[in-house]
Design a protein around this ligand. Structure first.
Ligand code: NAD
Length: 447
């Protein structure tokens, strides 16, 4: 599956028409290749606060070269600004002072990360300044262009050790289609000791359950988690058994063919993981369906099936795995929501309700898991327009609008969702809890 407009816009005639008609010109996004360094270039570090001094050393552990002064020549591949020291609106001028002189020195597909303090954890004028960072990063994400991305990571006081895996993700091409996002580290976590994970094989020796693993986003999640060292247990419906088995054989994984809405599915999954693998470290609730109709024409079957697959099954499976102690300490549970669950969509009251429910599910469990103190986290991705069999079924005009209405003027790839899931799954992300990150190229719709 490919983006025909993007291919056309890079042809000689396409380039001519794009330029003369002012059409969107989607940049070819850099994506991560296995074994490559996380950042191909230098990251400039600045700001004032709790993190700035430790940043060069921390980036060094990820194999990332940093500088504290803008190099005289050449482009900069990334910028990290510590804004945790900004305690009043007057001090926000430091953002302009740092960023404005370097904006024209950025390489294509550059990465910008601003680090702040969660506003809900501070008060008075500091709260004002920290909240303001969100408007700054979201706007910069929309204007930066050339495949570059901008994120805000709010790091709670005491959670500084938990920032490494997030910087590795946000500064690398792994976050190609993630922009304008706000991430919270340590805001909903009680366990302070963060495991140090291998940069290239962070999931070595770990077991990862992926539902809907035979194709689309689930297939890519299985591939990326296997690349990171995990043994995959893929789940899909019996109709997809042969695709599932051949993929799992290719990845040296294991499989279970069942319908996740089956009455005994949670028990069968829990039993299989416990008996055959001794537990599970990563649970990815990826299986999902759409059955679109406007509400006036919505029948029971469409409503019930979407709710059962997308929301009730992940809830019941998670409950069973947690109650039976199948999820290992420092494990991660990952939901797959959707932009539709945030912005709503015509004909998708059922789907959007189920996907907003996934966000509610993350909210409801994040605190409980934090207070359980076992380092188990729950987070979700909310994909925007991702090019898969599911979106190939969308009518042409709607598909074109869906693909272009974002800061990157293109649809994302399943690997973009998979890399985001792999960041959550990284044991070094144990202070990343209760987040919903959109993988949507900073879509113009929604929050
Ligand atoms: P897809 O249709 O290509 O793949 C979904 C997989 O889930 C299939 O292999 C299917 O057999 C499996 N599945 C469906 N019902 C199941 C059940 N009852 N039991 C077990 N397996 C089941 O879809 P995709 O585009 O890869 O989407 C994956 C997830 O991402 C879904 O949750 C979807 O809602 C979400 N999502 C996708 C997009 C997008 O643009 N593609 C956008 C937002 C969210």
């Amino acid at each position: 599956m490919s983006d025909k407009y993007q291919d056309f816009s890079r042809s000689p005639i396409g380039k001519f028409l794009v330029k003369n008609l002012g059409l969107p010109s989607p940049m070819k996004l850099e994506r991560y290749t296995e074994g490559a360094p996380l950042v191909d270039g230098t990251v400039l570090v600045g700001g004032t606060g709790r993190l700035v001094e430790s940043l060069p050393g921390l980036l060094d552990t990820l194999g990332i070269t940093s500088a504290t002064v803008k190099p005289e020549e050449g482009k900069v591949k990334g910028l990290v600004f510590d804004a945790t020291g900004l305690t009043s609106s007057a001090e926000l001028a430091a953002l302009r002072e740092f960023f404005t002189p370097v904006m024209r020195s950025l390489a294509p597909c550059a990465r910008v990360v601003v680090l702040g303090t969660p506003p809900e954890l501070v008060s008075g004028s500091e709260k004002v300044a920290q909240r303001a960072l969100e408007g700054f990063t979201r706007s910069l994400g929309k204007e930066i262009g050339r495949g570059s991305t901008v994120q805000l990571a709010y790091v709670a006081e005491g959670a500084e050790a938990g920032v490494t895996s997030t910087l590795g993700f946000l500064l690398s091409p792994k976050s190609a289609y993630v922009s304008g996002q706000v991430v919270r580290i340590g805001a909903q976590s009680t366990k302070a000791d963060v495991p140090v994970a291998d940069v290239f094989r962070p999931l070595e020796g770990k077991i990862a359950l992926v539902t809907g693993a035979s194709r689309g986003i689930g297939e890519e999640v299985a591939r990326v988690l296997a690349r990171d060292g995990a043994t995959i247990v893929g789940v899909d419906v019996p109709q997809a058994a042969s695709e599932l088995q051949s993929l799992m054989k290719e990845l040296d994984g294991d499989w279970l063919t069942l319908d996740i809405t089956g009455k005994d599915a949670p028990q069968r999954i829990a039993h299989h993981l416990k008996e055959k693998h001794g537990g599970v470290d990563v649970v990815v609730h990826n299986a999902g369906i759409t059955r679109d109709k406007k509400l006036a024409n919505m029948d029971d079957a469409r409503w019930d099936s979407v709710m059962a697959v997308n929301l009730t099954a992940p809830e019941l499976i998670t409950r069973e795995l947690l109650d039976r102690g199948v999820v290992n300490d420092n494990g991660s549970i990952i939901g797959v929501a959707s932009i539709a669950g945030i912005a709503g969509n015509v004909g998708q009251t059922n789907y959007a309700a189920s996907k907003a429910g996934v966000i509610g599910f993350v909210d409801s469990l994040a605190d409980d898991l934090a207070s359980a103190g076992k380092g188990i986290t729950i987070n979700a991705v909310a994909p925007g327009f991702i090019i898969t069999a599911m979106t190939a079924a969308v009518p042409f005009a709607t598909r074109e609008v869906g693909q272009r209405l974002n800061a990157m003027s293109q649809g994302g790839l399943p690997v973009d969702v998979a890399e985001t899931i792999a960041w959550y799954a990284n044991p070094a992300s144990s202070l990343v809890n209760g987040n919903v990150v959109r993988v949507c190229g900073q879509m113009m719709l929604g929050a």
